[in-house]
Ligand binder design. Structure first.
Ligand SMILES: *[C@@H]1O[C@H](CO)[C@@H](O)[C@H](O)[C@H]1NC(C)=O
Ligand SMILES: *[C@@H]1O[C@H](CO)[C@@H](O)[C@H](O)[C@H]1NC(C)=O
Ligand SMILES: *[C@@H]1O[C@H](CO)[C@@H](O)[C@H](O)[C@H]1NC(C)=O
Length: 642
């Protein structure tokens, strides 16, 4: 190795933290021309070898952000063959040569003329040459070297956000993670501690803490109560240089909100509520409201109300108004001041959603007494019965008592009552009422068969307060009297055949009675006593409100008698019974052998003798014309006899 041919660079360091003039023997013996600069050292202090090629340490270092009055000396190029006579000229070329970096061509001193910023550009590659000043002949091969801009801690840590917002449930265990805040540092993370950040809490203690290395914020106090304080303002600092003095720092604000958990039971602010309600109030009407306070919010503060005891349990009910969180006491049944003037209720308010974590904190409910007084209302008269049903006999004489209604003023005043009949319900004026005592009487006879029920209405008014009026339905039933006899159910017409055999039945009859069933069937049919031994017909009562009529003998003949009138007596089941005699018309007719009617009148009889009606009329006409009136009279006489 020829040392004479080597270009050596001497390094002059100014104000650097890590300087080394130590050039190892290995480096001095390096076979290539070399520049000597600051050695980068690892943590263990070893010289770093970036590659085997040996240019690794051909670096100069210049500190960034230098703002001194003179250009900063970066280093010095020196060739061993430089005897100091000024024959050698040093030339610098490459990145920033002549602009940022200038070289004194005699001494080889390199200066930086500008302030450098590592975060902008971390290194520059330059080439050094040594030439003969006179001939410009290179005296050494060109040598490349690097100027590294040395980081100084010129960047403070910066948080990703200026403000953070985070939530954590109240009463969380100590150490519960709330949020992680992260800062970054633009300084060289591989060099020194300029980018080594440590987090600390500036505001927010003793409630919260921050993990120095990670920036995770955790709760630091047990039982933090949202109802006492909901929002916390925490300031976190990130400091570089490992948090040591002299490091740069940045801060961020973290707003931490405690979220609600159900850690409070509902509580009534008073032990007794006093309410009043008029006895005139109708069921469903609101009587009053109670409200238990629950400092929790949302569903944790939801309260449901119920009545759990008290003598008013049957009369009142409570519902929950979820909008106002109130318990609404309502009337369930009608009240009566005169019967009971006050009630009491035990009302419970209970949380709807209970957090099992706090169940041991006691029951999440509270009770309160609600006292309700009933107020007297001016009430209309009240009939002792909701309706009346009376009976009166039909045909009863005018002035017959039907019944008596009774109404009372329920108020303490107990005002006198006056009665009247609603005339719209008794248009025909069958009834009259005694205004003072409520006695109803007939003023006309009643006919059940015409109107069976008289359903009327009766008013009661207070004498001194006519507007206090009540109305009651009165149904008057007209009780049947057996005043109607049974009659044939139809206008019967019976036929009997000339060839009828004795005891042959030829008609079945039934009867009707206008009276009601008690005075109607069962009907009894009979022949009148004077003809009970009638040789021609018999009657058989079928005992089912019908009767059959039979022929008693044979040999009926139209010629002898073609019409019989049979009186039949029908009597009803009333007490006393009513009866009537009805006449059954029976015609004698010609029948075939099967009993089917053929003809029932005298004309038919003549027809049977062989003459047509037309022929007979023609004969009669001739006789009239030929013989005159006398003969006609004679002939008519004869015809009648037939
Ligand atoms: C009258 O009232 C009675 C008893 O309520 C009832 O049975 C009857 O049907 C009513 N009559 C009329 C015509 O409304
Ligand atoms: C029975 O029939 C005969 C012959 O037609 C008649 O003369 C008689 O009056 C009838 N008797 C009664 C009670 O109708
Ligand atoms: C009587 O009835 C029988 C059987 O229904 C029938 O065969 C016969 O022709 C009938 N006689 C007369 C005269 O209608």
């Amino acid at each position: 190795m020829k040392e004479d041919n080597c270009l050596h660079a001497a390094l002059i360091c100014l104000g650097m933290l890590y300087y080394s003039h130590a050039i190892t023997a290995e480096k001095l013996n390096h076979p290539r021309p070399s520049l000597h600069g600051h050695h980068e050292k690892g943590k263990e202090g070893q010289v770093l070898h970036r590659s085997k090629r040996g240019w690794v340490w051909n670096q100069f270092f210049v500190i960034e952000e230098y703002t001194g009055p003179d250009p900063v000396l970066v280093g010095r190029l020196h060739s061993d063959i430089d005897s100091g006579d000024g024959n050698i000229k040093y030339i610098l070329s490459g990145e920033g040569a002549g602009i940022i970096f200038v070289i004194d061509d005699k001494s080889g001193n390199i200066h930086a003329t500008k302030t450098l910023d590592r975060e902008e550009r971390a290194q520059y590659t330059l080439t050094a040459q040594a030439v003969d000043r006179n001939t410009n002949r290179p005296l050494e091969p060109p040598s490349e070297f690097i100027v590294k801009v040395q980081d100084i801690n010129d960047n403070p840590p910066e948080f990703l956000h200026e403000n953070y917002h985070a939530n954590v449930p109240e009463r969380s265990n100590v150490g519960t993670s709330v949020i992680q805040v992260t800062a970054s540092d633009a300084d060289d993370p591989t060099y020194g501690n300029s980018a080594k950040l440590v987090y600390s809490i500036l505001e927010g203690q003793p409630y919260f803490s921050v993990e120095a290395q990670t920036g995770i914020i955790r709760t630091a106090l047990p039982n933090m109560d949202r109802e006492a304080k909901e929002e916390y303002h925490v300031v976190i600092q990130a400091k570089d240089m490992g948090g040591h003095m002299g490091g740069l720092s940045g801060t961020t604000k973290v707003t931490i909100t405690l979220t609600d958990v159900n850690d409070n039971p509902p509580k009534f602010p008073q032990s007794v509520y006093q309410m009043s309600v008029s006895e005139a109030a109708v069921p469903g009407e609101e009587v009053g409201r109670v409200k238990a306070k629950d400092p929790d919010i949302g569903e944790n503060g939801l309260v449901a109300y119920s009545i759990i005891d008290g003598d008013g349990m049957d009369m009142f009910e409570i519902t929950t108004d979820y909008e106002t969180q109130e318990g609404v006491v309502k009337l369930k049944k009608r009240l009566d001041f005169e019967t009971k003037k006050s009630y009491s209720l035990k009302v419970e308010a209970a949380n709807v959603h209970i957090d099992p974590k706090f169940i041991s904190n006691g029951p999440f409910k509270d009770t309160v007494t609600v006292k309700i007084s009933v107020e007297d209302a001016d009430e209309p008269p009240v009939f002792l019965k909701p309706s009346y049903i009376f009976e009166v006999q039909e045909n009863a004489a005018s002035g017959t008592v039907v019944g008596k209604v009774h109404a009372k003023d329920p108020d303490a005043a107990n005002s006198a009552i006056r009665y009247s009949i609603d005339r719209h319900t008794d248009l025909e004026r069958y009834f009259i009422i005694n205004a003072e005592d409520g006695n109803i009487k007939t003023i006309k006879a009643l006919d059940r068969e015409e109107i069976a029920w008289h359903n009327i209405s009766v008013f009661a008014v207070e004498v001194h307060k006519q507007h206090q009026e009540a109305k009651v339905p009165v149904a008057i039933k007209v009780v049947d009297v057996n005043d109607n006899a049974p009659k044939f159910a139809a206008a019967y017409e019976a036929f009997v055949c000339e060839n009828a055999r004795s005891n042959q039945q030829f008609i079945t009859i039934s009867a009707d009675d206008k009276d009601d069933s008690a005075n109607g069937p069962r009907f009894i049919f009979s022949l009148p006593p004077e003809i009970i031994h009638n040789p021609n017909f018999t009657l058989r009562d079928n005992r089912d409100n019908t009767a059959s009529v039979l022929v008693r003998r044979e040999g009926f003949s139209r010629q002898k008698q073609d019409l019989y009138l049979l009186p039949i007596v029908i009597s009803d089941g009333g007490l006393p019974p009513m009866s009537s005699t009805n006449t059954l018309t029976i015609r004698v007719c010609g029948c075939d052998s099967n009993g089917s009617l053929l003809s029932c009148n005298a004309e038919a009889y003549i027809l049977n003798a062989g003459l047509s009606t037309g022929a007979l009329i023609a004969i009669l006409a001739c006789i009239v014309i030929l013989l005159g009136k006398k003969v006609l009279d004679l002939l008519l006489f004869y015809t009648c006899l037939c």
